[in-house]
Each structure stands twice: as structure tokens, then as C-alpha cells.
Ligand binder design. Structure first.
Ligand code: IVH
Length: 667
């Protein structure tokens, strides 16, 4: 078999395994075996750049080239659905359809997935474009990101698909992924996503598809459009789509009476609570495409479909008090303490009030009867006040102006909704929170130091910041209650072991706002050591991939504080790692200093990532798009036509990979 044939064979096999694993949930090979095949394909493709294929399974890992999204006009506008919360209106919809059609009809009932809609275009069985809804007329081309969603086929299986067609569906973030993502964001001091819908649409709009790839998005398809669809029935088309490799809901069903429709609604209202992703209602569609056409559209939505939305569960209860929590970054969160009330299976005692603006908008008074809802969100929220029930209530709730923990005057950063306690080094929950973050698993991983021990050490005055931990002596522990010699030894050993934690994790452990584990890694790689990072300018910081002004400003303001610099000095003295390990760093040079270099095309000797690292190591900057300030383009095979055209127009030089490697070699 020639390498070319092997490449084609591997692609076919890997597409099948992907589909079995992600869509059918029944893999026939182990993850390891899958990786071995994928690696083989990757290296064959690197050796044979002429075999490049945008729909190869290797394209799913994403790439870190920055791209502004191109706007694409939808061939068929993406309309929305009329919706209702009332079963009576569902009945009216059904009757209207019956009257207008004046013949028998079926209704396809489906779940309404609570994610973000996507339009996929296939030509000759290959995914060519994925576009967001946008304003319904035109949306963003997010093809590179969508390719990382393993449940979306890049190449169709089976047969009978039209030469050209569009299929629409919903991109979802499963609850599990959503919870994990928010935990990570909390650890980085970043704002949390309110619900999986926002998280899914936020993720699709990321510039770096390799980050998207790690977020494990999923997709259900529910609407096929085109000139030559396989059947007249919508349901039948979905079943055909399933055979071609698409994920379609197994819970969809056809009903021929309104009673069957209501039975479906009632069944789903309870069954949906066991699903791994969020849903917010039911969609009813007239099944026959011919009948759909007869019914037609209003200006905004089809007359052949309606969405019945589930009522978010709501309860009324008394607001007893509002307390304020101070987090490790100093953010002050108001919390409503409620008279305990039963709400969708759990007892709710507290609800987040988010910030001062929300309290103001609700016009809350202590003693008010408030409505609590649990919608797509995990934390219940207060959605309103029952003004009719307001009688002899207490004071209006006013956001505090002093920190409830340390008394410092709170500040509010312009443009942000949150209030902060600025007393970073003297406010107990901030100190303890910072230490807890510092020792956490993804940071210094000093797992023998739990929150209770930290509390003890802090209360006994043994530690007041993270550097203090490194000067604790084993005998210091003897004064602490409930602390055995063995536990003390374990802590001392874990502290010692933490001296080997690499720079990127030490940087994450410092707990700089917006610097999560991934950002810390990028900063560590880009600057190599703490001194370079501490002295970095705004310009240098934003030149690093995926570092925007918000993160850059946070880094600058962190190191502008003498107390933080002092802390770093003490940690250096304690022996922590504050530079990237030699073997990782290699030799850094200034060969490409001041140059902006675009990478484009497919390469034979190294991967794109490797070339990017080489550029950065030699002082250059890798940028995403060609402009007149581009120094040159590192050009591989099959360079994108638009880049090529732009380069020619602006007279930007193309440098082949051999020439580039020689350039670095000769110095
Ligand atoms: S059909 C013209 N089916 O709900 C009708 N939509 O308000 C096209 N959605 O933008 C939509 N689940 O994002 C359809 N099973 C389902 C759906 C669904 C969720 C979303 C979709 C659409 C919105 C309509």
C-alpha cells in the first residue's frame, strides 16, 4: 500500500471510530489504539503535505492561528420559532394547522435544546462551512471551531446524501463540562458563565480553536434544508441524517393526535431532568415538508412549528437578610438568606444577588416576599418582589460601602459591576483564599494543607501570606490543636516537594486576576522568567497569543504593587521556580527581534506549533493576518488563496520552510 493509500484508509477508519465513540457511544477500539492510528495519520500527513485535506480527522485538534470571523450570508435565513408557555396555545396552534391544511397531518415532537444554533453546509459529503445564527440573515464563519466538535461529521458516512445541503442544529455544552469549566474559571478569578448556553456560544466565538477543542462541546441536529432531501417527512430526514453520522435526538417522535402531543410534553418535562445537557422546552413541527410549504412563514417564524417552553420552576419566600461574601480576589458578592423553601426537588435557603445593580433593580427590602427561580442556571436566583405582599417590611437593602471582614472602604472599578475590597494583604478571607488557591492541585499541589489547617495556621499567626508557609518549622506545629507529628511531617514534605513545581504553575498559584492555568502557561512560555514578565509593557503582553488588554492590565497592576514584588522576592529566596526549565527553553536569540511573521500553509519538517515556538524563541512575533507591517510569511504548501493575494498586493515576501530553517541555522 502506498503512503497515500494508507492516509485515505486511516482517515476513513478514524472517521468511523469517531462516530462510534462520540455519536453511537459504542467504541470498538480503545482510546490508546485510536491515538496510535491518529498519530500515524498525523505523521504521514506531515510527510505528504500534498495530501492535505481540510476534513481529515487530524483537523479536529484545532489550531492556534488567530482569525477574525468572516461574515457569511445564510442561503436560507435562520428564523426563530413562535413560543408559548401555555398548553392552551399549543392546542390553538394545532387547531390552526388542522384548519389550514384541511387534511390529515403528523406532528414531529422534539426537545428544545438550550444551546446556540449552528448552520452546517455539506458539499459532496464534506463539511465545508459552519456559521452561527448571527442576526438571522448573516452569521460568523466558525468552521475551524466547529470542526473540533467530535459529534459533527467532517465526512459523511453511508449513502444517499444530497450533493449539497444544509443541516441546522444546536451546539451544547453538557452540564458536566460546564461545571468543570466554571470551577477552573473560579480558580482563575475569572467571571463565571451563567449557564451552559452562554458558555457554548462564548466558546464557539473563541479565536483559538485548540482551546475550543478542549471544551468538549456537543451538537444535536434538528433541521435539514436543501433541494434534494431524501424524504418528504422531517422525521424521516432526521433518521437518514443519523445514518450519515449526525447526532439526532433519540427522543424525537411523531404524533398524530393532540393528546399524543400532550403526553410527550408531560413525559419530557420529567425526563429532561435526567439528561446530561440543558433543554428548555419542546418543539412541535408539522412533519410533511409539502404541508410545511403550504403553511408557509410569517415575517419572523414558520407557521408550521411552535416551541412550548417549560415554566422555570418558581417559588415565593421571605427575604430574611442579605450578607456579603468576600472572595480570594476581593470581589464582594451579596447573598440573599431566605426562609427555606422547596424548589424543584431541593430546599433553597440562599440565592446569589450578584451585585449592587441587581439589588437596586429589584428594589429589595428586608422582609419582602421574593420569587426564586431555578432555570438553566445552577444557583437559584431572585427574579422579582411580590409587591402585593409587601406589608410592614424592613429597610431597603443598600449595598455596603465597607468590607464586612476587615472594614476597608470598598472600591468599584469603572465599567465593572462588582465591588472590591482593596485590602489584599490584610483582609482575612482574601489571605486565606489566596493560600487555598496557592496550594490547590493545579497550582502548587500541596494537598496535605487543607482549608482547616490553613485556618489554624492563620489564626495562630503562623502565616499571613503564601511565602510564610516556607518558613514554618516542624516544631511550630506542636502548638496547634489536633495536629499530630505525622501530619506535620507530611506538610513539611509537601512544601519541600513543591519547590520542583514548574514556573507556569507557580505563576498560576500567585492568583493574579484573570491569569488561569492556560494563561499562566502562555505567559511563562512567552517571557521565560519572572523578571521579564514583571517588567513587561502593555505592548509586549498583548503581543502574546490570546492575551488581551484585560489580562495584560491585570498583570501590570499586580506587579506594580511593591507588596507583590516583595512577595515574589521572598518566594524566590524560598527556592521556588521562577523560570522556565532550561531544557524547555532551549537557546533564546534575538534573530527575529522586531519581526511580525505570518504562518500559512502545510509544512513538511515541523508542525505549525513548532514553527510558532521557534519564532517566539528567536524574538519574533507570530501574527494571524497579513498586513503591511508583516515582515514575511512563513509559507508552506497550499497556502490560503486570500493570504497569498494579500501578500502579493502588499509586496510581503514569502519564505519557504527550508529557507526559514537555514535562516535560523546561519544566525
Ligand atoms: S427548529 C425554523 N428544533 O430554538 C425553525 N429549533 O427559537 C428552526 N432550538 O434558533 C428551528 N432546539 O436555536 C428547532 N429541536 C429544535 C430546537 C430548536 C432548540 C433553538 C434554535 C432556534 C430556536 C428557535
Amino acid at each position: 500500500m502506498t503512503p497515500q493509500e494508507r492516509i485515505l484508509q486511516l482517515r476513513k477508519e478514524l472517521h468511523e471510530h469517531n462516530h462510534r465513540y462520540y455519536v453511537l457511544n459504542s467504541p470498538v477500539i480503545s482510546d490508546y489504539e485510536f491515538d496510535v492510528l491518529l498519530k500515524e495519520l498525523q505523521s504521514l500527513e506531515e510527510e505528504h503535505p500534498e495530501m492535505y485535506d481540510a476534513t481529515s480527522p487530524t483537523q479536529r485538534v484545532g489550531s492556534d492561528i488567530t482569525k477574525e470571523f468572516k461574515q457569511v450570508v445564510h442561503k436560507y435565513p435562520m428564523l426563530s420559532l413562535g413560543n408559548t408557555y401555555s398548553k392552551e396555545e399549543v392546542r390553538e396552534f394545532y387547531e390552526r394547522v388542522r384548519k389550514n391544511l384541511n387534511e390529515d397531518f403528523e406532528i414531529c415532537c422534539e426537545l428544545k435544546f438550550d444551546g446556540t444554533s449552528i448552520s452546517l453546509v455539506y458539499e459532496d459529503g464534506r463539511l465545508v462551512r459552519a456559521v452561527t445564527r448571527g442576526d438571522g440573515e448573516k452569521g460568523d464563519d466558525v468552521t475551524a471551531n466547529v470542526k473540533t466538535i467530535r459529534t459533527i461529521p467532517l465526512v459523511l458516512a453511508g449513502e444517499g446524501w444530497p450533493k449539497e445541503f444544509e443541516i441546522r442544529g444546536e451546539v451544547l455544552m453538557p452540564w458536566k463540562v460546564f461545571d468543570r469549566l466554571n470551577e477552573e474559571r473560579a480558580a482563575a478569578g475569572e467571571p463565571l458563565f451563567a449557564n451552559p448556553r452562554n458558555a457554548a456560544s462564548g466558546t464557539l466565538k473563541l479565536q483559538d480553536s485548540s482551546v475550543v477543542s478542549k471544551r468538549s462541546l456537543d451538537a444535536y441536529l434538528y433541521f435539514m434544508l436543501g433541494e434534494q432531501l431524501p424524504a418528504d417527512g422531517h422525521y424521516e430526514n432526521l433518521m437518514a441524517a443519523a445514518k450519515w453520522g449526525f447526532k439526532v435526538s433519540e427522543l424525537a417522535c411523531k404524533c398524530s393526535t393532540i393528546d399524543e402531543v400532550f403526553a410527550f410534553i408531560d413525559r419530557m418535562d420529567s425526563e429532561r431532568k435526567n439528561l446530561p445537557y440543558a433543554t428548555d422546552g419542546i418543539v412541535l413541527k408539522v412533519n410533511s415538508l409539502r404541508q410545511q410549504k403550504n403553511l408557509g412563514y410569517t415575517a419572523k417564524s414558520p407557521r408550521w412549528a411552535i416551541a412550548y417552553k417549560f415554566q422555570a420552576e418558581r417559588a415565593a419566600t421571605r427575604l430574611n437578610s442579605v450578607t456579603y461574601q468576600v472572595g480570594r480576589t476581593g470581589v464582594v458578592t451579596p447573598v440573599a438568606n431566605l426562609e427555606p423553601v422547596q424548589l424543584s426537588g431541593t430546599i433553597v435557603k440562599r440565592a446569589s444577588l450578584h451585585n449592587a445593580d441587581i439589588i437596586e433593580k429589584l428594589g429589595l427590602c428586608i422582609g419582602d416576599t421574593v420569587f426564586v427561580e431555578k432555570g438553566g442556571e445552577i444557583i437559584p436566583k431572585i427574579t422579582g418582589v411580590d409587591l402585593d405582599a409587601r406589608f410592614m417590611v424592613g429597610d431597603k437593602v443598600r449595598f455596603i460601602d465597607k468590607c464586612p471582614e476587615c472594614g476597608a472602604a470598598l472600591v468599584r472599578i469603572e465599567g465593572e459591576a462588582a465591588h472590591y475590597c482593596p485590602n489584599e494583604t490584610g483582609c482575612p478571607p482574601q489571605i486565606k483564599g489566596k493560600i487555598e488557591h496557592f496550594v490547590s492541585r493545579d497550582a502548587m499541589n500541596i494537598d496535605t494543607l487543607g482549608p482547616e489547617t490553613i485556618e489554624l495556621l492563620f489564626n495562630y499567626g503562623l502565616i499571613s501570606d503564601v511565602a510564610d508557609m516556607y518558613s514554618i518549622q516542624p516544631e511550630d506545629f506542636m502548638f496547634l490543636p489536633r495536629m499530630g507529628a505525622k501530619s506535620a511531617d507530611n506538610i513539611v514534605a509537601a512544601l519541600k516537594a513543591s519547590l520542583n513545581v514548574p514556573f507556569e504553575r507557580v505563576l498560576f498559584a500567585l492568583g493574579i486576576r484573570f491569569v488561569g492555568a492556560t494563561v499562566a502557561k502562555r505567559l511563562a512560555r512567552a517571557f521565560g522568567n519572572i523578571n521579564a514578565l514583571m517588567d513587561a509593557s502593555m505592548e509586549q503582553l498583548v503581543a502574546v497569543d490570546e492575551i488581551g488588554e484585560r489580562i495584560a492590565a491585570s498583570v501590570i497592576s499586580y506587579f506594580a504593587k511593591p507588596s507583590n514584588r516583595k512577595l515574589v522576592e521572598r518566594l524566590i529566596a524560598a527556592g521556588l521556580k521562577f523560570e522556565v526549565a532550561q531544557e524547555e527553553q532551549g537557546e533564546r536569540t534575538d534573530l527575529l527581534s522586531g519581526m511580525s511573521i505570518v504562518i500559512s500553509g502545510v509544512f513538511a519538517h515541523h508542525s505549525r506549533d513548532e514553527y510558532k515556538a521557534m519564532i517566539e524563541k528567536n524574538g519574533g512575533k507570530n501574527v494571524g493576518s497579513v498586513s503591511k507591517s508583516t515582515s514575511f510569511i512563513l509559507a508552506g504548501e497550499n497556502m490560503g488563496p486570500s493570504k497569498l493575494e494579500k501578500a502579493q498586493k502588499l509586496g510581503v515576501r514569502l519564505v519557504g520552510e527550508e529557507e526559514f530553517l537555514a535562516m535560523l541555522q546561519q544566525g
